[in-house]
Design a protein. Structure first.
Length: 166
């Protein structure tokens, strides 16, 4: 978080101006001179690295710190999903919870690729099952066309006796 205001005109513009390089500590008197007490305590609580290393740009949405279009896309999709879940009251329940490790294990499974794609589509709710079609206003009813029971992915794949016989 950025400090709200500065107590004096022309505050330091770079963080490096607030650090004493010889002792690797904050220049406390300079910080107290320019910032509000609440900001001073926050700034002084930030630990400083004691090793001398060059400064560099880093994109924290990527493990290697590199900006790529792929990492930007992932960040935007994750943000969108999290916001939608927040507004729908589903905080903490999203496909991102499955995590990249879960998806990687799915794609590395020793099964035919059509099975992996089927499982992925099932998780993404993109199979043309009656309840999904109804939600998209593409089906006329919620019932299974084989047995007349309310349809869902679980019914179609596990519970429907007619589908099981096929």
């Amino acid at each position: 978080m950025k400090p709200i205001i500065s107590l004096k005109v022309n505050p330091p513009r770079l963080v490096s101006e607030l650090i004493d390089e010889t002792t690797a500590t904050w220049k406390e008197e300079l910080i107290r001179e320019f910032f509000l007490p609440m900001d001073v305590s926050t700034i002084l609580s930030i630990p400083l690295c004691t090793r001398r290393q060059p400064d560099f740009w880093s994109w924290h949405f990527d493990r290697k710190g590199l900006f790529t279009v792929k990492s930007a896309y992932r960040m935007m999709v994750t943000t969108k999903i999290n916001r939608e879940n927040y507004f729908e009251g589903n905080v903490g329940s999203s496909n991102t919870e499955f995590g990249s490790k879960g998806w990687c294990s799915l794609w590395k499974m020793a099964v035919p690729s059509k099975v992996r794609v089927f499982l992925w589509r099932l998780a993404q709710q993109s199979l043309p099952i009656v309840d999904v079609l109804e939600h998209r206003n593409m089906a006329s009813s919620y019932v299974c066309s084989l047995c007349g029971v309310v349809d869902s992915w679980k019914h179609s794949l596990v519970e429907c006796n007619m589908a099981a016989s096929v």
